[in-house]
Ligand binder design. Sequence first.
Ligand code: FES
Length: 377
Amino acid sequence: MPEYTLRLQRFSPQTRPEPWWEEVTVELDRHHSVLDGILEAKERDGTIAIRYSCRAAICGSCGVRINGRPGLACHTQLGEAAQAASGGAIVIEPMGNMPVLKDLIVDMDTVHWRKVKQVRPWLVAAEPQPEREYIVPHETMVDVTQTMACIQCGACVSDCLSMEVDPLFVGPAALAKAYRFVSDPRDADDRGRLRDLAEDPHGLYDCTHCFNCVDACPKGVAPMNQIMRLRRIAGSDLEIDDANNGLRHEHGFVDNVRKNGLLHEGDLLTDSYGGKLKPRTVFVLFDSLPGILQALRRRKFSLHAALGHPHRDARRGHQRYFDRIEARPERVELNLYFSGYEDDPGSTPSVPTGEDSAAVASGPNPRKLRDRPGATS
Ligand code: FES
């Protein structure tokens, strides 16, 4: 039986104020999980604390960082974790962005669950309510299925860079939850939900597209994609113009690329505030001066690149892509989400057949039940 060394981060604030590291060696088959390894260590030292329940990647309790990446301890094999550690000790730490209570257990109530509650995680029924249950067309629920796969393990929260900088950011898990209700055809308050999230300075537009949450999610929920969908519905469909300048920044971004071929960061701020001569732009530029000077000092960009934009001429003719997309009568969004198992032929992306094993929604996002002609309720 192979041996694996687990390097565990321990923390017990009642007895020691600072965290410390401890190494334990366990003898287990390579297909056993990291959780099995931790529990084996716990047999010998009952003070090791970890939260778990199902041991089958369903309950989301056993989220930890393994070799620096968030994941489910019960869903990571010892063999693959050792390989990722290049044969050295498997490093196991508590998840990030949440206070540690003891050893590998973090306080999810004060961060994760508080933020989920913030997005009103329940359906707001349309009035008048039907006498019996809502009947919704199958294809309108496909889009919701992806976010429903979330098991609330907190892996995405653990690695969210925006939350690291701004702990008040609503965060990837809660925003994915918000999309679950915004896209549900039975929910009647998508506008209210999106307005709240867009107006919140720590809301919809606080995500910086770092993709960490997409990599971290063990269930393929891809929270960042859901955040981008929320933005598209808020901006393009519902035209919510927020006080945080999020919508205008997105438009400024598009105009900037249309104008320059490649993004020209030097103009982005002024483009986002409606041009160099707008009084608000002058104020924001003045306000951003310390940051700009610091970036110049650290050579993040040069004055020559900022003012001249050397790439400007490299992509002539790109405007035709914008023209073609903008000429479309309505926004086309292709949402693909496949569920099932790799060895199930019905669930492979190339053969999207079989109602239970694979699901595809395409074309304009199927919107609310009440917006659909002939919809039954
Ligand atoms: Fe339930 Fe790992 S113990 S997800």
